[in-house]
Design a protein around this ligand. Structure first.
Ligand code: SAM
Length: 258
C-alpha cells in the first residue's frame, strides 16, 4: 500500500468526515482507524502514512514523525508589526501589494512573513514538491491554533500548491510576479537544531541551477532572492548582484536584480 490517511483513535464523527473528504480531495486512500495501533498501521505500508488528530492537524508518520509548526514566523511578524526591520524583506524590497513566488515552501515560515508584508492586496504563491511536506503544511495553514489573528491571516492567505518549481517556472508568464524566492535544502544542516530534523527526512533536495535563476528572473518584475550557505557553489556559478551576509551566520542571501 502507498501513503494512506487515517484519524487519531478518539476522533469524533465530524473529524472522521473531514479526514475522509481530505483524503478524497488529495487522492489518498482513507483507512478507518478502528482502534489499530500505530505499530500495526506501520505494517500496512513501506511509505509513510498520515494521521489526522482532533485539532484537524496531520502528523506524517515517517521516521521521525513530522508535524506543522510556525517556527520563527511569529517572532518575525511581531517584530515587523513593531516597526523593526527584517533582513530578507529589506533585501528583496518586498512591499504591500506585491506578488511573491516562494519556490520552496517547506512549512511556509518565510512565506508567512512575505504574506504579512504584502497584505490582503498582495499575493504569496508557495510551491512544495514533497507530498508529505505539502499535505502536513496545507492542513497546518488551515487548522493550526495560531498565537494571534495577525499570524493566522498571514499564514491563511498563502496559496500553497503541490508543485515542482521547475514545472512552474517553465510555464509561467514573463513578469507575472514581483519577487521569486528560493530556500533550497542545505546538504549539511546549518545548526544541530532537532526542530528541522523531521523535515530533513522527507524534503526534496533539488540543487538550484543557474538555469532556474535565469527562468525565475524572466518571470519576476523586480528580483530573485536565494538563501544558501556562504560556501555555496552557486555564488561563483551565477554571481548575484548583492550577497547579504550576516555576522556569525553561515546563511547568506543572494540578490539577483531584474
Ligand atoms: C529549507 S525548506 C524551506 C523552508 C521554508 N523557507 C520555511 O520557511 O519553512 C526547502 C523546501 O523546498 C522543498 N523543495 C525542494 N526542491 C523543490 C522543488 N524542485 N520544487 C518545490 N519545492 C522543493 C523541500 O522539499 C523543502 O520542503
Amino acid at each position: 500500500m502507498e501513503y494512506f490517511l487515517t484519524t487519531s483513535d478518539k476522533a469524533t464523527p465530524d473529524v472522521i468526515e473531514y479526514a475522509r473528504q481530505l483524503a478524497e480531495t488529495v487522492g489518498l486512500e482513507f483507512l478507518p482507524r478502528n482502534r489499530r495501533s500505530l505499530k500495526e498501521l506501520r505494517t500496512y505500508t513501506t511509505a509513510g502514512f498520515f494521521v489526522l488528530d482532533q485539532q484537524r492537524l496531520l502528523t506524517y508518520y515517517g521516521d521521525p514523525p513530522f508535524r506543522f509548526h510556525p517556527g520563527m514566523a511569529h517572532l518575525r511578524i511581531l517584530a515587523l508589526s513593531r516597526g523593526e526591520r527584517d533582513r530578507l524583506i529589506d533585501l528583496a524590497k518586498i512591499e504591500a501589494g506585491d506578488v511573491v513566488l516562494d519556490c520552496t515552501a517547506g512549512l511556509c515560515g518565510d512565506a508567512a512573513v512575505f504574506s504579512h508584508v504584502v497584505g490582503a492586496f498582495g499575493e504569496v504563491i508557495a510551491l512544495e514538491s514533497s507530498f508529505p511536506v505539502y499535505l502536513v503544511t496545507l492542513t497546518g495553514l488551515a487548522n493550526y491554533p495560531f498565537a494571534d489573528s495577525t499570524d493566522r491571516q498571514a499564514f491563511q492567505r498563502i496559496k500553497l500548491y503541490h508543485q515542482d518549481y521547475q514545472d512552474y517556472l517553465r510555464t509561467a508568464e514573463p513578469e507575472s510576479v514581483d519577487i521569486v524566492y528560493f530556500d533550497p535544502m542545505f546538504e549539511r544542516p546549518v545548526t544541530a537544531s532537532s526542530g528541522i530534523e523531521p523535515l530533513r527526512q522527507i524534503a526534496d533536495y533539488d540543487r538550484l541551477q543557474p538555469s532556474d535563476i535565469k527562468q525565475a528572473l524572466d518571470i519576476a518584475r523586480k528580483c530573485v532572492v536565494v538563501k544558501a550557505t556562504a560556501e555555496s557553489s552557486l555564488w561563483t556559478a551565477w554571481p548575484p548582484d548583492q550577497l547579504a551576509e550576516s555576522k556569525g551566520s553561515r546563511v547568506v542571501y543572494g540578490l539577483y536584480r531584474k
